[in-house]
Design a binder for this molecule. Structure first.
Ligand code: SF4
Ligand code: SF4
Length: 330
């Protein structure tokens, strides 16, 4: 698969990346070995950019996959897949110590002496000041060689635009898709054009850009080629992160990338399930109100929405009403 340089960094990544969230405990909860095998398959086929997060609890899959890769490469001369893989992780905490701990934890759990890319996770409008401690930790970690590139992930146009002006920031991981689902600006919604403008501002000053939620959290998967065509068609986006939970998902992407996909093909989404990403949910209740099956309830511990799969009809009514794209289909 084609590789690109991430902005002005010295990091080269595959045009498509592997989002590990879907296989983890909050979604498919795959056994470690099964998830690791999907990762190995993708890496074997040229997808060498992996996105994870402290919050996802998916480090064991990546560690196992890297062990499998190392074992299969034993005795081979020169740098192989193991050295070629670029790992990105991120942390939600705002303070210095928690961010520094998260970086050390990632190194330990992934058995790496450094993490290629580490981000402030899901920065919202107006939060950059509150997260100054975490940002300082990232800068110090980079100076210490624990991290090669630093930046932030966000659903917000104004945060993406601000990233262009952050001198020490190397990369940005914004949300964008062809419909503009889930793009925010303050408390309101924004358009894909507004987000693209912010992304282009980042790209123009040499920030590396990799995008998330090309399928809007699953709502656009039935429009597979249109959704991918939009993000891969943007010169300002270096790489596109896509969540995979099974080998056939990887195969679909590979056939799209190499141009062998039937132009009429769109994946069968009839067996997919609806999940609520607890990291994004704000407990507003819109999904519960829209659900005709009474399948959404509030988790009594944290007040956030969850889906009862025994009742869910996978009608999808809950997805478009969620203001933060926390309803995902996988
Ligand atoms: S997909 Fe339909 S039935 Fe399932 S939780 Fe959403 S609205 Fe309810
Ligand atoms: S609509 Fe979205 S933010 Fe609101 S409760 Fe449902 S999942 Fe959470």
């Amino acid at each position: 698969m084609e590789k690109v340089r991430l902005g002005n960094t010295d990091i080269f990544v595959s045009r498509a990346g592997f989002g590990v969230l879907p296989m983890g405990p909050s979604q498919l909860a795959l056994p470690i070995e099964e998830g690791a095998k999907i990762l190995v398959y993708a890496m074997d086929h040229g997808i060498r950019f992996i996105d994870t997060a402290q919050y996802y609890r998916t480090y064991p899959y990546i560690r196992e996959a890297l062990k499998m890769i190392q074992a299969s490469q034993q005795g081979e001369a020169g740098a192989g897949i193991y050295d070629d893989v670029v790992i990105c992780s991120k942390c939600l905490y705002e303070d210095y110590d928690s961010m520094m701990e998260a970086i050390h934890e990632a190194c330990t759990e992934l058995d790496r002496s450094y993490i290629d890319i580490f981000l402030m996770h899901e920065v919202r409008s107006g939060q950059l000041k509150e997260r100054a401690g975490a940002w300082q930790a990232l800068k110090d970690a980079k100076a210490q060689g624990l991290v090669r590139a630093i930046g932030l992930s966000t659903h917000h146009v104004d945060v993406t635009r601000a990233a262009a002006d952050m001198a020490d920031l190397d990369v940005v991981f914004p949300l964008i898709n062809y419909v503009g689902l889930g793009i925010r600006k303050g408390d309101s919604f924004a358009t894909r054009e507004e987000m693209m403008e912010a992304i282009e501002a980042c790209h123009a000053v040499g920030k590396g850009v990799f995008s998330m939620k090309a399928f809007g959290g699953g709502s656009l998967t039935a429009h597979y080629q249109e959704a991918l065509g939009y993000v891969f068609g943007q010169p300002a986006i270096d790489s596109v992160m896509i969540g995979f939970g099974k080998i056939s998902d990887v195969d679909d992407l590979l056939s799209y990338m190499d141009g062998t996909m039937d132009p009429a093909y769109n994946p069968d989404i009839s067996k997919k399930k609806v999940y609520i990403n607890q990291e994004d949910c704000e407990g507003c209740g819109s999904c519960k109100a829209a659900c005709p099956a009474g399948a959404i309830y509030y988790n009594p511990t944290n007040g956030l929405a969850e889906v009862d799969h025994d009742k869910c009809l996978t009608c999808g009514y809950c997805s478009p009403v969620c203001p933060v794209r926390a309803v995902i289909m996988y």
